[in-house]
Design a protein around this ligand. Structure first.
Ligand code: ZN
Length: 242
């Protein structure tokens, strides 16, 4: 059983298409998405359609919930709120129907899935030892996948030992005999200094995970963001991966 895992697509269609093409070459059995299909970016409807067609499991993130109306836009700051409002205005009925079905937690093949964390599936960023431990304590699943921070990350717990690190492209992780919390990184708005679109490949039989990145046409997405009248910062940050 081999699974490709994506997260935080954020309406960046060209990043998503590059990731799906790279994933196709691996021919995994399933595709899982950890949420935030929309928000920030210029192509929400196409991204929702691609995920609806391809994903076997899909969570909803804070941006998905804000766009569909479950979260008040007051809880969002600056560019996130502007983009969520813009997305509501252009959202197609099919995309709305998809977003309406999504939940911030899930499970598949014994793997626990959260957009944020077990403690707060919608809002918490797992970026510290303490937040990782809190999630490990709230689930029995040996393997946990999270998104939300847009930082590719691996945190391994063995007995009392906790070892965490960012997971740049090419990172391979053995997840047998340990508890592991992995974040694939973001497809559409990476924030770990590598602007390339991120995804994770999991081999549940071999108990291995590998972190990958793929180039995409960043300028094309930047043009679309500017053409849509979305905040300039959302375009500028893509080439920096921040
Ligand atoms: Zn996100």
């Amino acid at each position: 059983m081999r699974v490709a895992v994506v997260s935080d697509i954020h309406s960046n269609l060209h990043a998503l298409e590059a990731v799906l093409a790279a994933i196709d070459l691996e021919a995994p059995d399933e595709l899982w998405c950890l949420g935030d299909l929309v928000g920030y970016g210029p192509r929400p409807n196409e991204c929702c359609a691609a995920v609806a067609e391809r994903a076997d499991v899909c969570l909803g993130g804070n941006h998905d919930l804000a766009v569909r109306g479950t979260i008040d836009l007051e809880e969002f700051g600056g560019e996130a709120a502007v983009a969520a409002k813009w997305t509501r205005d252009v959202l197609a009925p099919e995309a709305q129907e998809l977003l309406d079905r999504l939940e911030p937690t899930g499970a598949a093949h014994g793997v626990a899935l959260y957009h944020g964390s077990a403690r707060d599936p919608i809002w918490e960023y797992v970026l510290t030892d303490a937040s990782a431990v809190a999630t490990f304590e709230l689930t029995d699943a040996p393997l946990v996948l999270v998104g939300h921070s847009h930082v590719a990350l691996k945190i391994l717990q063995s007995g009392d030992e906790l070892e965490g690190a960012v997971a740049p492209a090419g990172t391979e992780v053995a997840v047998d005999g340990v508890r592991a919390l992995l974040n694939p990184g973001s497809v559409g708005q990476p924030r770990d200094g590598d602007p390339r679109a991120a995804y994770l490949l999991l081999d549940l039989d071999a108990q291995r995970a590998s972190f990958s990145r793929v180039e995409y046409d960043v300028e094309r997405t930047q043009h679309e963001i500017r053409d849509a009248g979305l905040p300039e910062l959302l375009a500028a940050r893509l080439e920096l991966g921040l």
